[in-house]
Design a binder for this molecule. Structure first.
Ligand code: SAM
Length: 454
């Protein structure tokens, strides 16, 4: 049957709920239309942007009647800035929507009629929670400026005067670097023409230690005085590490080898009572306070007695494994980023932990060798990227037959499909699952799940 709408058609729609990814869900005689910028309870005028057989996509161009949970967004850059999607939705409604999305994914994709869902843990702070920001440079008539990509635009950057997701320090450092760039008359890199010089500014902050790391990313060539840049940043006593990276490719990336301009090569963060060294390219959960809640929940689900062999797969800088080490016999971490593994090894030493070892490698390819060294695991913790467990990694984990799999997920749809396969192919049952809101005002959802073998 043909879709009942056409591209560019304008429709009046009532938005019922939020879908995973952040679009509102409306129905036109049963036909689903995903409405960008539509919030639950809104009646909107929306323009159809894409039509498929099963559904259409539309953009809300006018809110005809706001839903009851709409609130005023505090940030002056909202909604033009691509950093936040839901500053105008009451926080209670945000977390309710996220909880419903996890349940929906487990039902629809995971095939579980009644998923054992526990109530979402809301964020402790709904603003100023991020410990890492990646700003892009852009050229303005006044000179170089720093900001974020405009919502839905890869090619346009919006200058930011105050970001509500970082701290006063994160905002002040961005402004100081912008002023420095203007004084030095350094041009921003242009993503279309590939001309210009300044590309990104990365700011990381140990929220429990007060230590900050700054990384400048430029196009090739040394076109600035190192001492001057360092002097600007050393006015902030929190700054402990200043790095510079050169991006030789057109790709907009910041994960690059760095040159240390001043200070320590890493900063420290404290999580669950342990110290963690964090280098510029190492992974760290971006909401420190909620990372602690997430790891506590993973520990609760792991239910250790002190006798367990634990695999910490996709271990990053070792945060989960090291926080479980005092309740385990041994902990074995695997992680693809060598920089993160170097941090994990240092972090074990830093905390005097002697029963944990970490290895660089792909999870799917490393498990057979790990099993030879470490023996069979009792508990396997996995914390994969958004794509979830690859077929090979999942099969290898299934073959290990651990009693418990603690799955830390940043994508409920891949969690749900992995849960289904772990159930049908390997006999695992989903016992508990609990979403944790690490990222208020954004569509991202974190969840911890416990699977056990029947
Ligand atoms: C969501 S992070 C989790 C890190 C850590 N557990 C934490 O909480 O900080 C996922 C990690 O998996 C790593 N990774 C991605 N693909 C991988 C693979 N195929 N094998 C091993 N590690 C991988 C990434 O480098 C990243 O550090």
């Amino acid at each position: 049957m043909a879709a009942p709408v056409t591209k560019d058609q304008e429709l009046e729609l009532h938005v019922d709920s939020l879908a995973y990814g952040g679009n509102g869900v409306a129905r036109l005689n049963g036909f689903v239309v995903f409405v960008r910028r539509g919030l639950p309870g809104d009646t909107v005028r929306a323009r159809v942007t894409k039509v498929k057989r099963s559904h259409a996509e539309a953009l809300a161009v006018e809110v005809l009647e706001p839903g009851p949970q709409r609130v005023d967004a505090p940030c002056a850059h909202y909604p033009a800035c691509g950093g936040c999607r839901f500053q105008d939705l009451a926080y209670d409604a945000q977390v309710a929507a996220k909880e419903a999305q996890v349940a929906d994914a487990l039902r629809r994709i995971g095939g579980l009629a009644e998923p054992p869902l526990e109530p979402i843990i809301p964020a402790e702070s709904i603003f100023h929670y991020r410990n890492k920001l990646e700003y892009s440079f852009t050229q303005t008539p006044a000179g170089a400026a720093l900001g974020f990509h405009k919502a839905g635009r890869w090619d346009e950057v919006l200058e930011i005067e105050r970001c509500w997701l970082t701290t006063d320090l994160g905002n002040a450092i961005r402004d100081a670097v912008r002023d420095w760039a203007r004084e030095e008359r350094l041009p921003a890199y242009d993503q279309e023409t590939h001309e210009g010089y300044l590309r990104h500014l990365v700011f990381r902050e140990g929220r429990n230690t007060g230590q900050a790391l700054v990384q400048l990313v430029t196009a090739p060539g040394e076109r600035f005085e190192r001492e001057q840049f360092v002097e600007v940043l050393r006015r902030f006593p929190e700054v402990r590490a200043i790095h510079w990276a050169v991006n030789e490719t057109p790709a907009e990336v910041t994960n690059l080898p760095t040159t240390l301009l001043w200070g320590e090569d890493a900063i420290e963060e404290e999580l669950c009572g342990l110290r963690f060294r964090v280098r510029p390219n190492a992974f760290l959960q971006t909401n420190t306070a909620m990372a602690e809640r997430l790891y506590e929940l993973a520990g609760e689900y792991a239910a250790m007695t002190g006798q367990e062999t634990v695999y910490d797969l996709y271990c990053g800088i070792g945060t989960i494994g090291l926080s479980l080490a005092d309740k385990a016999l041994t902990v074995w971490g695997v992680e693809v980023s060598e920089e993160s593994v170097a941090c994990a090894l240092e972090n074990a030493d830093l905390n005097g932990i002697t029963n944990a070892a970490f290895f660089a490698g792909e999870v799917g390819q490393s498990l057979a060798e790990l099993q030879e060294r470490a023996g069979d695991p009792d508990v396997v913790v996995v914390d994969p990227p958004r794509a979830g467990l690859s077929g090979k990694a999942l099969r290898r984990i299934g073959r290990l037959e651990p009693k418990r799999i603690v799955y830390v997920s940043c994508n409920p749809t891949t969690l749900a499909s992995n849960v289904k396969e772990l159930g049908t192919a390997w006999g695992y049952r989903l016992e508990r699952v609990r979403p944790v809101d690490m990222f208020p005002h954004t569509p991202h959802i974190e969840a911890v799940a416990l699977l056990t073998r029947a």
